[in-house]
Design a protein around this ligand. Structure first.
Ligand code: ZN
Length: 503
């Protein structure tokens, strides 16, 4: 049944597992269909077909020369058919809702791969490639970034008019590395990539970074001129994706892709079961449980040569497709990958706005970076909590509300600057945060006493320090190992982000 709900306008070929005998797979996968139309905007396909049909009908009628020779039944049938076709035309012809999008963008996705290099003080960008990927999955109406989260931002500007066409904030591993001891003495490069709708005309893409005062600074610019700039085309990638949860057109939904890491081909059944289990972890927790109809979840079939992931502190190394590893930056439970190219390549098999990497392992661990990826192990007893916690980082830019980590040698958040995370404040600019959710009678800061247990306030301790950074609630999934326990401020931030994909 699920395959009937595939978006008919999506261009990515779906390939079924050739040797599959699982009924689950048979029902969920669509047979190979590698020749799908890409040469005209998909929205026009249906009306075009109907229009052609109408034209043929008219031609046949013309060929009869005497259309009025039709008998009453024939005439009735003809006019009923014509009315039906005209109605269909009216219903199916796209309204110019995305007119502005079509003025500036094509239907596909532009991906820019680059190296982000530097040390604790400096950074620079080196472009690697422009890549054209599948159809754009993001919003076609909300093109500027309404949130202003993240350490980095891309802005696409029309070269002629200087009009801002598209902007999105994000974070990467590079900024985390910049805060380590290693970055004080060494110089390193990280592979990064950003995606945006494919521009129709010549544009400039600016790469911005937050400076020490959290203000944006332009660090790098690159022009993209359609048909002149060298472009690698990967639109018809033959990869294998499957639906885990489908609610509608990817342009109007939050699309999440789950990437398998450390699953061997023999573990295909486990991957399917794990994907379904993680779908339930997500969709049974607030606020996702009330937004099931706004979310699509996709899976990808991709196998690792070995099962599991690297644990360098134990001398364990596995040959896996996304090259993930525990012990990132010396933190045992922190899993990351520096092979972001592999991540982006695999993710491009499905429409996506956010990436979840599911690591086939039972040890407690994960990681989440805003608008970059969330990572979680599959078989720990706290996997449900880790998923919600890390995905909230990746989806809505939520900060950690706990304050013991060993993650950094020095304070992560300068106390004289308001952090950009929606659930943390240094009280420098609290009005921009959840002040509207705090009652007049609630003292600021709020004492951490039982009477305020369920009250939105301003509690000292958060962002890895016990002084100077404040969180909104006594406890929260962003603070403690509690599944389905996001505090009201975090819930609002996640809800706002989900809603932004409905535009
Ligand atoms: Zn919270």
């Amino acid at each position: 049944m699920a395959s009937f709900f595939m978006p008919t306008t999506w261009n990515i070929p779906i390939v079924s597992e050739a040797n599959s005998t699982s009924p689950w797979m048979k029902n969920t996968y669509r047979p190979a269909n590698l020749k799908m139309s890409t040469n005209r905007p998909d929205e026009h396909v249906l009306p075009f077909v109907v229009f052609n049909y109408l034209k043929k009908y008219e031609a046949r009628r013309e060929a009869n020369r005497e259309p009025d020779n039709l008998n009453n039944y024939g005439r009735l049938r003809y006019s009923a058919m014509k009315r039906l076709i005209l109605t269909l035309l009216l219903v199916l012809t796209p309204l110019p809702l995305n007119a502005e999008f079509r003025d500036h963008f094509r239907e596909s996705t532009l991906r820019i791969d680059y190296l982000h290099s530097g040390n604790s003080e400096k950074e620079e960008y080196q472009r690697i490639a422009f890549i054209e990927e599948h159809r754009w999955a993001g919003s076609k109406t909300l093109l500027e970034d309404p949130f202003d989260y993240g350490y980095y931002k891309i802005e696409m500007v029309d070269l002629q008019s200087e009009e801002l066409l598209y902007a999105r904030g994000y974070a990467t591993l590079f900024r985390e590395w910049q805060r380590t001891e290693d970055a004080k003495s060494g110089y390193r490069s990280f592979y990064e990539a950003v995606t945006m709708p494919m521009p129709r005309h010549a544009v400039r893409i600016d790469f911005l970074s937050r400076n020490h005062a959290n203000d944006w600074e332009k660090k790098y610019s690159v022009d993209f001129i359609p048909r002149r700039t060298e472009l690698i085309r990967r639109k018809n990638l033959r990869c294998r994706r499957f639906q885990i949860h489908y609610s509608g057109n990817p342009n109007e939904k939050l699309d999440i892709v789950i990437l398998p890491e450390g699953y061997t081909r023999e573990e295909w059944k486990k991957l399917r079961e794990d994907c379904l289990r993680f779908k339930e972890y997500l969709l049974q927790s607030a606020p996702f449980n009330e937004n099931r109809d706004k979310i699509n979840i996709w899976g990808v079939n991709a196998w690792s040569k070995e099962s599991g992931t690297d644990i360098p502190s134990e001398g364990i190394y596995k040959d896996t497709i996304l090259n993930t590893s525990f012990d990132a930056f010396g933190i045992e439970r922190y899993i990351t990958t520096e092979d972001f190219k592999a991540v982006k390549d695999l993710a491009s098999c499905a429409p996506y706005d956010r990436i979840i990497i599911l690591v086939n392992h039972s040890q407690y661990g994960g990681g989440g970076i805003y608008n970059h990826y969330a990572m979680v192990t599959s078989d720990n007893e706290d996997s449900d909590f880790v998923l919600l916690h890390e995905f909230s980082h990746a989806l809505a830019g939520l900060g950690d509300e706990y304050y013991s980590s060993g993650f950094v040698e020095e304070p992560f958040y300068p106390l004289d600057i308001e952090p950009w995370e929606p659930n943390l404040t240094t009280l420098v600019d609290f009005e921009s945060k959840w002040m509207d959710m705090v009652d007049d009678e609630t003292p600021i800061p709020t004492p951490a006493t039982p009477e305020y247990d369920t009250i939105v306030g301003v509690y000292e301790g958060g962002g890895y320090v016990d002084k100077g950074v404040y969180r909104p609630f006594m406890d929260c999934t962003m603070k403690s190992r509690i599944y389905d326990g996001l505090c009201p401020v975090c819930l609002r931030a996640v809800q706002d982000m989900i809603d932004s994909y409905m535009e």
